[in-house]
Structure formats: structure tokens, C-alpha cells
Design a protein around this ligand. Structure first.
Ligand code: MRU
Length: 346
């Protein structure tokens, strides 16, 4: 398939010799700051604190985190401890364990001298592959959109959530170049505001017409305006095509079904977990309720208020029109179509 290169203004993760530099997504959109990371402990902390986030990017970052552990010692025990620490940093995105498994395989194939350099080179490869994969899935996804489309997206599935290009927002970027995008609505995505802080920043940087919605506005907008598609990313997709993504995605899918708006999930094959039968088996990260009880560092509820904070939800396959992957479009999403399109998981 012929694809067009999309350039990102700032790489979300980059190599700096024997270190890795990570774009601090908590500082965006106000400041562009890179954090230097030199150990697996630091990388696990950056992932846990959401300094970098997004399923494919977490996978790449975990790969670098694993490699950094070998800077100090190449003993299998040290590497396994680093792997466990990284795996525990965030539980929902399967890309994290996918990245770690690839690094474990590289480590066991190359025991001996220069293991650190070999592991860093493998992490570099994983990063470059992610950009290539996203370029392919953006091209596949753009074909699903017609001229002058208005679309809604949720959270941030742009270049900041990946090693580059993006998934759902990658499709938007690709389609925009083909004259297919009239307007994009970005849900703000409480409590981390990935939609308002990150997706709006990306879209405005690309000069793509866009407007911000609070999370509760999408159904009204679908009812009162023409919306051509909803495009979202995913953190883990089960064998039957149920898809976990940022909290609020399920509600968006229900609204899309009620208004007959096509609902597309855009994700690389590394986001599929074919070891689990359906979405009920996907671990849902529960974060600190304090993140819900505050906004921009200020309390927004009475002192002593309780809150819940599931960070993800699962959209059942029956609400998904199609899943766009780098290997092709899974339509309708079902266990047999998943197997047919993915073949052997990468
Ligand atoms: O908590 P986050 O910001 O890591 O959640 C991110 C999402 O839910 C994205 O939609 C998903 O990771 C896909 S990103 C290409």
C-alpha cells in the first residue's frame, strides 16, 4: 500500500545516547519539556505518573525501560525485576507487556557482552516500527471517511500516544490531507484532560479545524448536527473484538449507535490480546479518586467527598462498526474476523 509520510512536531520519546528523553505530557499544552531518563525505575515512575501515556507509547517506553536496566547489570535477575516493575506501572494497555515480551526474547537470544547496546537497538526498532505501523493504519482508516466529514474523538490517540503519527488522530491527519475533514470535535476527557490539553494541541498544530467538547456534550452534538464518524483508540482488544479504551468511550459508542453514527476503533495489532476471550477479562486500572476530586490542583467537591476513578471502560464489539489495524480493517468486528485479518499476532 502506498502511504504518505506524516511528520510530528515533537517526538514523544527519543534516544539521547545512553539515555532516553520523554516529552512531559503533563506540561502540555503550555510548555514543551523533555525529561531525561536513565533507569528502568525512572521509566516505570514516568509511566505511572502519566508523564507519558497512550497504549503504543507505553509499549515503546517499557521497551526502553527494560533496556536501561541492562546499563547497570545484565543479570537475568536484574532484567526480570525491571520487567516486573514496568509491567506493574499500568495494567490495562497490553502494549506494555507486548513490548516487554519482545525485549525478554532479545535478551535471552543475546546473553553476553554489549547486551545494553543490543537492547537499546531493539527498543529503537520497536519505536521505528510503531511509526511505520501507524502510518499504514492511518492510510487504511482514511479510506473509511468521505469528503467533508465531521468526526468526534475521545482522549488522545494522536502522535503523543504513540511513537509517532497516532492511531485515531493519525487517521484524521491522513484524511485531512486528502480533503476529507471539515471539523473535529475533541472530548476533553476528565480527569487528565488528554482531549483538551493534548488532542486540541495536536490538531491545532496541524491546522485541522477543531473544537472542544466536555465529555457530556457528544450525544447532544450527534442529535443536533451531522456527525459522520466517531474515531477512538484502544488499550486492549480481546479475541472477540471487545475493546478497552479511555473511560467515556463506552458511553460515546452507545450514543453513536443511537444516532446511527459509525463508530471506529483504530489500533495496531500489538493492542490485541488474543489470550483473553472477551472484554470482561480486561483489567481496568483504578486510579486515585483524588484525581477526580480535583481540577487543575484545586478541590472541586466538599471536603471528605468520595469518588470513583476507573480509568478505562470496555466497548462491546456489537457497538463497533469496524476496527482499523495496520493489517487491514476488521469489519464486522468478531472473533473470526479478528483471526482472519490479524493472522499470526505480531
Ligand atoms: O490514560 P491514557 O492517557 O494512557 O489513555 C489513553 C487512551 O485511552 C488512548 O485512547 C489509547 O491508549 C489509545 S492511544 C493510541
Amino acid at each position: 500500500m502506498k502511504t504518505v509520510r506524516i511528520r510530528d512536531p515533537h517526538p514523544p520519546i527519543r534516544r539521547a545516547g545512553r539515555f532516553v528523553e520523554v516529552l512531559d505530557q503533563l506540561a502540555l499544552p503550555h510548555r514543551v519539556v523533555y525529561r531525561r531518563c536513565g533507569s528502568s525505575e525512572e521509566m516505570a515512575g514516568l509511566i505511572r505518573r502519566m508523564v507519558l501515556r497512550g497504549a503504543p507509547l507505553i509499549g515503546v517506553a517499557a521497551a526502553y525501560g527494560y533496556a536501561l536496566a541492562a546499563k547497570r547489570s545484565s543479570s537475568p535477575k536484574t532484567l526480570e525485576k525491571a520487567a516486573e516493575r514496568l509491567l506493574a506501572s499500568r495494567p490495562t494497555a497490553v502494549n506494555l507487556s507486548w513490548g516487554i515480551d519482545r525485549m525478554r526474547a532479545t535478551a535471552s537470544a543475546h546473553r553476553g557482552p554489549r547486551l545494553f547496546e543490543r537492547l537499546m537497538a531493539e527498543a529503537d526498532r520497536i519505536r521505528a516500527e510503531d511509526v511505520a505501523v501507524n502510518t499504514r493504519l492511518a492510510a487504511h482508516g482514511a479510506k473509511l471517511l468521505k469528503k467533508n466529514s465531521t468526526v468526534i474523538t475521545h482522549c488522545n490517540a494522536g502522535f503523543l500516544a504513540t511513537a509517532g503519527v497516532g492511531t485515531a488522530v493519525g487517521v484524521v491527519r491522513y484524511a485531512f490531507r486528502e480533503g476529507k475533514i471539515r471539523n473535529v470535535y475533541a472530548d476533553e476527557t476528565r480527569p487528565y484532560l488528554q482531549g483538551s490539553r493534548l488532542t486540541m494541541w495536536e490538531l491545532m498544530g496541524d491546522k485541522i479545524p477543531c473544537a472542544l467538547l466536555t465529555d457530556s456534550m457528544a450525544a447532544h452534538i450527534m442529535k443536533t448536527e451531522r456527525i459522520d464518524a466517531v474515531l477512538v483508540g484502544a488499550d486492549r482488544i480481546a479475541a472477540n473484538a471487545d475493546a478497552a479504551n479511555k473511560i467515556g468511550t463506552y458511553g460515546l459508542a452507545l450514543a453513536a449507535r443511537a444516532h446511527r453514527v459509525p463508530f471506529y476503533v483504530v489500533a495496531p495489532s500489538s493492542t490485541f490480546d488474543l489470550t483473553i476471550p472477551d472484554g470482561d477479562s480486561i483489567p481496568i486500572e483504578e486510579r486515585d479518586p483524588g484525581e477526580v476530586l480535583t481540577l487543575a490542583g484545586r478541590s472541586i467537591a466538599p471536603k471528605g467527598a468520595r469518588a470513583r476513578h476507573p480509568a478505562f471502560d470496555v466497548t462491546p464489539a456489537r457497538l463497533i462498526t469496524a476496527i482499523v489495524t495496520e493489517k487491514g480493517v476488521i469489519r464486522p468486528p468478531s472473533a473470526s474476523r479478528v483471526r482472519a485479518v490479524l493472522g499470526k499476532p505480531r
